[in-house]
Write a protein that binds this ligand. Structure first.
Ligand SMILES: [Fe+2]
Length: 225
């Protein structure tokens, strides 16, 4: 399929990322090496997670978008409606993982350094302390049944920070139109099973050592203006 798409792109004289005028998506580079988060997250997990899992969401998202374009062109409403779940799942997977990679950073580059500035103040105001927030995220992430994500978000309407969980690959926006993700933690088994032997609470306890609070603070500052 990938080869066929490549050939059809070339035969139509379109650049990469375009298929019959349709914007397609490609795997973003990680901002660090696969092994740079060790020992918290192994290089093996990071490589599989990025190259296999994230790539699969992108491949299937592009495929669903191409099918959607065809279905819309043909006025095939049942096909349009049928594609919505694949678009939500795979498009959500691409959105969520693109955020997740930026939410992590090696210890030597500030991973785990507590948030400063306005986000630090907002966490103290809305949750009491950073430790209380971390406990809340860890307990909600551990309690989430099946696969999903646990989020720290900003509600742009109430100007409050919120902790939410989403099932499967649902992005945070599915929990409310005013929610902006600052930090998303992937609690799918594929994020930790090789290293933490399926013990999700241990993975959640350790991941804070490589959380990029600087990135979350930058998003918070931009979105709370
Ligand atoms: Fe994942």
């Amino acid at each position: 399929m990938a080869l066929r798409q490549l050939v059809s792109r070339k035969s139509l004289g379109l650049g990469f990322g375009q298929l019959r005028g349709l914007q397609t998506f490609s795997l973003p580079d990680l901002p660090y090496d696969y092994g740079a988060l060790e020992p918290v997250i192994s290089g093996e997990i990071m490589q599989l997670h990025h190259q296999k899992h994230h790539q699969a969401y992108i491949t299937n998202y592009n495929k669903a978008l191409e099918q959607l374009q065809d279905a819309v062109g043909k006025g095939d409403s049942p096909a349009v409606v049928k594609l919505q779940s694949a678009i939500k799942f795979n498009g959500g997977g691409h959105i969520n993982h693109s955020i997740f990679w930026k939410n992590l950073t090696p210890v030597r580059e500030g991973g785990g350094d507590p948030p400063k500035g306005s986000l630090g103040w907002a966490i103290d105001t809305d949750f009491g302390s950073l430790e209380t927030l971390v406990q809340k995220i860890n307990s909600e992430g551990a309690a989430l049944q099946g696969s999903g994500w646990v989020w720290l978000g900003l509600d742009k309407e109430s100007k409050k920070l919120v902790v939410e969980t989403t099932a499967n690959q649902d992005p945070l926006i599915t929990k409310g139109p005013h929610l902006v993700p600052l930090l998303g933690i992937d609690v799918w088994e594929h994020a930790y099973y090789l290293q933490y032997k399926n013990v999700r609470p241990d993975y959640l306890k350790n991941i804070w050592k490589v959380i990029n609070w600087k990135y979350a603070s930058e998003v918070y500052d931009k979105e709370s203006e």
